[in-house]
Ligand binder design. Structure first.
Ligand code: APR
Length: 254
């Protein structure tokens, strides 16, 4: 049961920020990063796949892994959390979705102008000249552990095309970070859904919102420590988001 305070603040809010991590896409079958046994970093070494050095050392291994992840996203569907977040937009004057996720499930659920702090699997670019490229849909389901796939070559400079995601050691896109920070510091309610809060600067956003007087709510099946001013709804994102919408705005469409 969401606390009355949360539902009341949501009903009165002029601007809500929804901040998501991998847990928001978990129920769509997209692996998280740090969940024990199933998280990507439990089974793969981030240093081997998620750094510029890793790509330059073995472009085909890295590209194959990201193509496997892109393929999983293409075959996945938005889950109840994505759908409830998209539904929330029709109940509040202003909703800003800021995600750490590189999938497009918020967009496919109906949210517009999603802020991607860590880039997207759907926006590859040349590793040398930086120009954007588009990718065809993958033709076949890649094996679980991915496989070496030679990355495409840049049409302008013939450099390798790399995934359009932010790797460890890289800066966040300036425009995305500025927009996410501005929204966090301006909103009345900040819903932080499905994130371990372990990667900065993204993990700063709930604290920035709290510091500017927002009601901060964490939604996660795994309880973690929060300050006395924050709220925690313990449960899966789809269950808790649908419950929060029902309690705040009445029944959801079927
Ligand atoms: N509903 C809500 N939360 C869930 C669910 C679910 N069904 N399943 C798992 N979770 C929670 C886990 O308890 C965990 O707290 O989602 C969180 C996932 O944490 P991480 O795997 O660390 O993912 P995230 O917080 O998004 O990682 C941040 O780290 O590796 C980088 O760039 C990567 O964007 C990523 C960033």
């Amino acid at each position: 049961m969401a606390t009355n305070t949360v539902t009341q603040r949501l009903q009165e809010a002029k601007h809500v920020v929804v901040f998501t991590g991998a847990g928001a896409s978990a129920e769509s079958g997209i692996p998280t990063f740090r969940d024990a046994l199933v998280g990507l970093w439990e089974r793969f070494d981030p240093a081997q796949f998620a750094t510029p050095e890793a790509f330059r050392a073995d472009p085909s291994l890295c590209w194959g892994w990201y193509e496997w992840r892109r393929n999983k996203v293409i075959h996945a569907q938005p889950n109840g959390a994505h759908i409830a977040i998209a539904e929330l937009a029709s109940h509040v004057p202003r909703l800003t979705v800021v995600t750490q996720n590189v999938d497009d499930l918020h967009e496919r659920a109906g949210n517009q102008d999603v802020i991607h702090l860590h880039g997207s699997l759907h926006s590859p670019k040349c590793i040398d000249c930086g120009i954007a490229h588009t990718l065809p849909l993958p033709t076949d389901a890649l094996p679980e552990n991915g496989r070496r796939i030679e990355p495409p070559r840049c049409t302008a400079c013939n450099g390798y095309v790399r995934p359009g995601v932010v790797w460890f050691g890289e800066m966040l896109p300036e425009d995305a970070w500025s927009a996410g920070l501005a929204a966090a510091e301006e909103c009345d309610v900040f819903l932080s859904i499905g994130t371990s809060g372990s990667v900065y600067p993204a993990a700063e956003l709930p604290l920035r919102a709290l510091g500017h007087g927002a009601t901060v709510v964490h939604i996660n099946p795994e309880r973690f420590d929060i300050s006395s001013q924050e709220h925690f709804l313990e449960g899966a994102a789809s269950v808790m988001m649908q419950k929060l919408l029902r309690e705040s705005f009445g029944d959801l469409p079927a």
